[in-house]
Design a protein around this ligand. Structure first.
Ligand SMILES: [Fe+2]
Length: 385
């Protein structure tokens, strides 16, 4: 098959890896330059930003902060960050947090030096030249944004999510320090962890997959299925935290050069209407979409079931698929993921609109089984019961 796989992100992983930030930064920019730390109020509050700021200022860098970042980050937040970037004469960015600060940092790295509006980039009126250097330090194990070329941003006026996607948006460096994830609460561990599992499953099965993505996705699925329940039950389990960061990284390397698919299309529709956290939205739809997709390619889905250890070589295709579907419902249930019907703010009258938004998502054509509004609506109605 013809494919291209590309990832130019330097990856440094290990306990205490965040202490390597200043030496790595020294390879990239002048020692007295201004660095913008992009985080969010929650990450700052639990004390993950202060030590990294002290580490940078102790090495001579001037630090400015930007933490006006929502869970589903907005276009105006990115534009405000870009303004601060320019006013402060910023040279490089460090993102600390989950997917939202990392995606906002990517947008600021683009909009800060280049200017322009989101429309300019979507419609191709401005080039992606001069993207500022960016180092990502994820504090959750899920998004994989530290190694991907995309940033998902919500346009506040229309409640629509857009994805900026370009090779130059891929972070220059990803520093993965599992110690930073130990304080993440159980509910966020669960939601972000299932997001990573969905990245691996969708990257592995989607129409844009390739052999390298599949290798990364298979390794990610094995680790996440084994270690996410352990990390959820005991946040202090360092081995589980470490394996989850690895799994999330591998899942990012899987879908980052392939695509996501119908689970994300539904999750982004739910998130854009109600601000449902991305991981929870993905977890809600995962078993339903896998069940739907299995009808298209039974051999592929039996293979998926064996990779995740829901089935073994002796199980027939039918048994393997059945075990995986039941296994995924049980998997999200043990992580205390709510059902769609349990989200009290979701209105039955909005399901059709959600199905329309999902159908328009740019990743709908990537789904392994053709899927249209009527199919999305069917899944939403089943999930809402
Ligand atoms: Fe995701």
């Amino acid at each position: 098959m013809n494919f291209e796989y590309f990832c130019n992100t330097r990856i440094k992983m290990g306990a205490g890896a965040s202490n390597a930030l200043a030496p790595i930064m020294a390879d990239m920019i002048n020692p007295d330059a201004t660095v913008m730390i992009v985080s969010d109020p929650g990450v700052r509050k639990i004390g993950l930003v202060d030590p990294i700021e002290a580490h940078l200022t102790g090495s001579g860098y001037k630090v400015v902060h930007f933490n006006e970042v929502s869970p589903n980050p907005r276009d105006h937040e990115c534009l405000a960050g870009a303004e601060v970037f320019r006013q402060e004469g910023t040279t490089a960015l460090v993102a600390i947090g989950g997917g939202s600060p990392m995606d906002v940092a990517k947008a600021i790295a683009l909009l800060g030096p280049n200017g322009g509006s989101f429309e300019d980039y979507i419609e191709g009126r401005v080039t992606y030249a001069n993207v500022a250097p960016l180092i990502c330090i994820p504090t959750t194990a899920g998004t994989g944004s530290e190694v991907t070329r995309s940033a998902v941003i919500t346009l506040a006026e229309t409640h629509t999510k857009i994805t900026l996607k370009h090779e130059l948006l891929r972070p220059d460096v990803a520093i993965l320090d599992p110690e930073l994830t130990v304080s993440v609460p159980g509910s966020i561990t669960a939601a972000t962890g299932v997001d990573a599992l969905v990245h691996a499953i969708e990257g592995y099965t989607c129409k844009l997959t390739n052999p390298v993505s599949k290798a990364m996705g298979a390794a990610a699925m094995k680790e996440i299925v084994e270690y996410l329940p352990k990390a959820y039950r005991n946040g202090a389990d360092f081995e589980a935290r470490s394996k989850m960061q690895e799994g999330s990284l591998l899942a990012g390397l899987c879908f980052g050069s392939a695509d996501v698919a119908a689970v994300h299309c539904l999750a982004e529709a739910l998130g854009s209407l109600y601000d449902t956290p991305h991981g929870i939205a993905n977890a809600i739809f995962l078993p339903y979409v896998v069940q739907y997709n299995a009808e298209e390619d039974r051999a592929l889905h039996a293979e998926l079931s064996r990779i995740m250890n829901f089935a073994d070589e002796l199980d027939s295709e039918t048994v393997a698929i059945d075990k995986m579907v039941r296994g995924l419902y049980a998997f999200t249930e043990q992580l205390d993921i709510p059902t769609l019907g349990e989200l009290s703010y979701v209105k039955a009258s909005d399901l059709e609109h959600m199905a329309e938004i999902a159908e328009r998502n740019g990743s709908t054509p990537s789904n392994v089984r053709p899927i249209a509004k009527v199919d999305y609506l069917n899944i939403l109605e089943q999930a809402f019961l």
